[in-house]
Design a protein around this ligand. Sequence first.
Ligand SMILES: C[S@@+](CC[C@H](N)C(=O)[O-])C[C@H]1O[C@@H](n2cnc3c(N)ncnc32)[C@H](O)[C@@H]1O
Length: 239
Amino acid sequence: MRLRNIPGAREEVSESRFAVNLPAEQRGQWRSLFRQQYPDGRDTGEMPLYIEVGMGKGRFLTEMAAQHPEALFAGIEMYESVLIKAVQKLERLEEQGVLCPNLLLIREDARLLPDLFAEGEVDKIFLNFSDPWPKARHAKRRLTSHQFLERYGKILKPGGTVEFKTDNQELFTFSLEEAREAGWEILVNTRDLHHEPALMEGNVMTEYEQKFSAKGNPICKMVIKMTNSHLVDNGTYLW
Ligand SMILES: C[S@@+](CC[C@H](N)C(=O)[O-])C[C@H]1O[C@@H](n2cnc3c(N)ncnc32)[C@H](O)[C@@H]1O
């Protein structure tokens, strides 16, 4: 999703209290930063941290943050012209008295994830309807390529998971293959999520999921887990 340039979007995003400027400075300290978001200064040190990569306009994350006050959420989006929609959504919610202290937004290219989060800092990564990049020479840009899986492995805690939804069958096949080849354990693998009641429990629809399922496209979902084979004996990472 690449919206046309929106004049002033960069300034509006960088001035918003929901967006984190200089996110690399928070590496290893995200839970402390979240603590400052809570009026009661609650202890966020043990709360799980979930991130969505390629969050788009933020429907999924704002809903997840509201449904799961026990967790912290950070959304990563490459374009201000898209992220601005999520910022405005949070501002509207705040005007209505709905606070989302457990949600922060980051405008950054996900290739830099290991510069933004420390080893093992993240509990779970969500990827929703990631851009397919159909040309083979662009495969490494796909957010489920082995290059990206390696980045995720660096920031996930041992046993952490990646949850991926898409309606793109080719991208889904590619993603399963990349995960298997990179030694991830496949926990969930369905090509018709919306007809799997057990998997639909707690499912939050993204903007793209609403759009494509309304057209009748089946939705695929994969959940993969980092395995111990990604760690060497002293608990550090193989990558
Ligand atoms: C097709 S949209 C899906 C949006 C949303 N997740 C949904 O399901 O409705 C994919 C989003 O990922 C973002 N994106 C793609 N590559 C990215 C990267 N390397 N880093 C951060 N965001 C990225 C795009 O800008 C776009 O907004």
